[in-house]
Design a protein around this ligand. Structure first.
Ligand SMILES: CC(C)(COP(=O)(O)OP(=O)(O)OC[C@H]1O[C@@H](n2cnc3c(N)ncnc32)[C@H](O)[C@@H]1OP(=O)(O)O)[C@@H](O)C(=O)NCCC(=O)NCCS
Length: 174
């Protein structure tokens, strides 16, 4: 059977799917890094609740894409428009806040297709720079971004409950 990749701009009808994909992919990819599982569960409950996901998708400053393999959803990205960073002054910038593929489907080029689609959207909207933050121990994602011409411009501490996690900030000119 030939494999097809299809990418769809998400709508308010996709809230449940995005909440589920968001929660599962975050736990799969970051769960092991977070030692205190209470912190992890609190973060998952807050960030990927139905209500929060609904609020996020109804915010016109957020753009979500969902990628499908043979019509089955396997990943998503979230672009935040007009997101500034102190490391990127005086530029029209947007933020790739999320790009997540289900573990089982990683390394099958869904990530690249999602990234390209999200970048295309940012270019269409005339942004000058796209930036993101990534956990320093997430070498797979960091290598993926570096291969796609992102460069490190700074670093922040990302808080999950009370614990801080060092996150480099990477950016790419559009
Ligand atoms: C980061 C992520 C979205 C990338 O998606 P992916 O499915 O792994 O990536 P792809 O299959 O599209 O591309 C990766 C492969 O192509 C290669 N590649 C990526 N970009 C490339 C480029 N521009 N040119 C050549 N090769 C490239 C990579 O070396 C990699 O090869 P490998 O899988 O053999 O190591 C995915 O790994 C993921 O969801 N990770 C877990 C969640 C996560 O950490 N998200 C990021 C949070 S900041």
């Amino acid at each position: 059977m030939t494999t097809t990749h299809k990418i769809k701009l998400a709508t308010a009808n996709d809230v449940e799917l995005l909440a589920l994909l968001g929660r599962v992919t975050f736990r799969e990819s970051h769960g092991n890094y977070i030692e205190d599982k209470t912190n992890l569960n609190e973060y998952l409950d807050t960030s990927f609740s139905f209500e929060n996901t609904q609020k996020q998708i109804n915010d016109s400053n957020n753009v979500y894409f969902i990628i499908y393999k043979n019509n089955f959803p396997v990943g998503y990205s979230k672009l935040v428009l007009n997101a500034t960073s102190p490391f990127i002054p005086n530029k029209r910038s947007c933020r790739l806040e999320r790009i997540y593929v289900l573990d089982e489907f990683i390394s099958q080029k869904f990530g690249i297709d999602l990234l390209n689609k999200t970048i295309e959207k940012a270019q269409e909207l005339n942004f000058e720079v796209i930036w993101l933050s990534v956990y320093i121990k997430n070498t797979k994602a960091i290598n993926f971004y570096l291969k796609n011409n992102f460069e490190e411009v700074g670093s922040i501490s990302f808080k999950i409950s009370k614990q801080g996690y060092e996150n480099p900030i990477l950016a790419k000119k559009l």
